[in-house]
Design a protein around this ligand. Structure first.
Ligand code: UT7
Length: 390
């Protein structure tokens, strides 16, 4: 029996703190007018104290699990698409797995720049169709603000922080993720990159002094790449899914620049109303942009059961990705009994307690071993020395 990968839950999180174009005009030589007319962005969200890619991912994931009515321990796999992880290692997805108490889930991060979420959705759908997993959580989350040079007006006005998540589950009725197209061109790596902090240029005093740990971008080149690749990838994925552009009720493009989105709409000859945008309020949230936009489109009632959607992204790598989806969920979702919600809250408390207990036990274990090793070393060392002198 053929299995399909359906999106059954969705959720988003944006930090409370909002940075306006006017705020930015006090930080660098820019203006609200320049930012609005060149990009379409008015405000963006920026993480507050204690917020990270993992904490935002958890909030978006909890919202998605709520909609899906799926318990964290039903998850088989967690994919976090991000280019701004909490640590270089371990993967942010492992922190999310721990915080959710998703005890059965495997977890890995996926780095494909702003295309990361659509890449993740495609991987999840492939694993589900291959019967490897039944339920996969795909998150796109970014704290781009941590990698921004706040004195560089060419990048700092563009980006924002946030997270979006979907729960993808196997089921038999046709629909869900119908097709995807993924692509990469590493010859464009330096068009959008963070030069230092990796194995090529590990962080040192001089890399920090030269600000090499901040995002660098050739905006014009990325713009040119984007206006070509977005319509091409959207067309290809429709063809692969056996759909025409007219069959697509809504396109959900990566929210980088309104001019890029308008240009893609012109090339595809579709009215701009069929291109969802929300970058005015979020800026470019990189891998989080498509899932946040998807959530907002659904919650605005723009996506109905049976509708066809195309999500399309592009970004660092260079990479691009498109997915054609047949939506199978109602909106609004039927309300759940109060005790289900209460149980989930209890589960998250238990997950925090579990994590704390495991960490404490490991620390205790290490201390006890150290103590015994010292004693053992004390006993062994003299005899070893004697043996050595014989
Ligand atoms: O997720 C993928 C990530 N990246 C992107 O999608 C970025 C794609 N590129 C873009 O969106 C656009 O290229 C930008 C918004 C980055 C720039 O817009 P543009 O129309 O391509 O501007 P430009 O780079 O050609 O610069 C025009 C002028 C320059 O001044 P001069 O050389 O003409 O005197 C810039 O120095 O605008 C200047 N400029 C600014 N002025 C005020 C650049 N940034 C700013 C700024 N405020 N923030």
């Amino acid at each position: 029996m053929k299995r399909y990968a359906h999106i059954i839950g969705w959720g988003k999180y944006a930090p409370e703190k909002v940075l306006t174009n006017d705020d930015l005009s006090h930080m660098v030589d820019t203006s609200d007018e320049w930012i609005r007319t060149r990009t379409g962005i008015r405000t963006r969200h920026i993480v507050g104290q204690g917020e990270t890619t993992a904490t935002m991912s958890v909030r978006a994931a909890q919202a998605a699990l709520e909609v899906a009515n799926v318990a964290p321990d039903q998850l088989d796999l967690i994919i976090v698409a991000t280019s701004s992880p909490d640590y270089l290692t371990p993967a942010t997805s492992c922190l999310v797995q721990d915080a959710l108490g998703a005890t059965r889930a495997a977890a890995f991060d996926l780095a494909a720049g702003c295309s990361g979420f659509v890449y993740g959705l495609s991987v999840a759908s492939g694993l589900i169709q291959a019967s490897m997993y039944d339920t996969v959580l795909v998150i796109g989350a970014e704290t781009v603000s941590s990698f921004i040079d706040w004195s560089d007006r060419e990048t700092c006005v563009l980006f924002g922080d946030g997270a979006g998540a979907v729960v993808v589950q196997a089921s038999e009725p046709a629909g869900g993720v119908l097709a995807s197209v993924l692509g990469a061109d590493g010859s464009g790596a330096e068009m959008l990159y963070v030069p230092a902090g990796g194995s090529r240029q590990p962080t040192k005093a001089d890399t920090v002094a030269q600000s090499l740990h901040f995002l660098r971008m050739d905006g014009r080149q990325v713009f040119r790449f984007a206006v070509n690749v977005m319509p091409t990838a959207a067309r290809q994925v429709c063809e692969k899914a056996g759909l025409s552009l007219d069959d697509i009720e809504l396109f959900i493009p990566h929210q980088a620049n309104d001019r890029i989105i308008q240009a893609a709409a012109r090339t595809l000859q579709i009215p701009t109303e069929r291109m969802f945008t929300n970058l005015e309020r979020y800026g470019n949230t990189s891998a989080a942009s498509v899932p946040i936009a998807l959530c907002e489109a659904v919650e605005a009632g723009l996506v109905k059961r049976g509708d066809h959607l195309v999500m399309v992204g592009f970004g660092a790598g260079l990479t691009w990705a498109a997915a054609a989806v047949q939506w199978s969920m109602p909106w609004p979702v039927p309300p759940q009994p109060w005790w289900r919600k209460a149980l989930r809250q209890l589960h998250y408390r238990w997950a925090r307690w579990r994590s704390w207990t495991l960490r404490t036990l490991r620390r205790l274990d290490a201390e006890i071993r150290k103590l015994f090793n010292h004693e053992a070393e004390g006993e062994i060392q003299p005899s070893q020395r004697e043996e050595q002198t014989k």
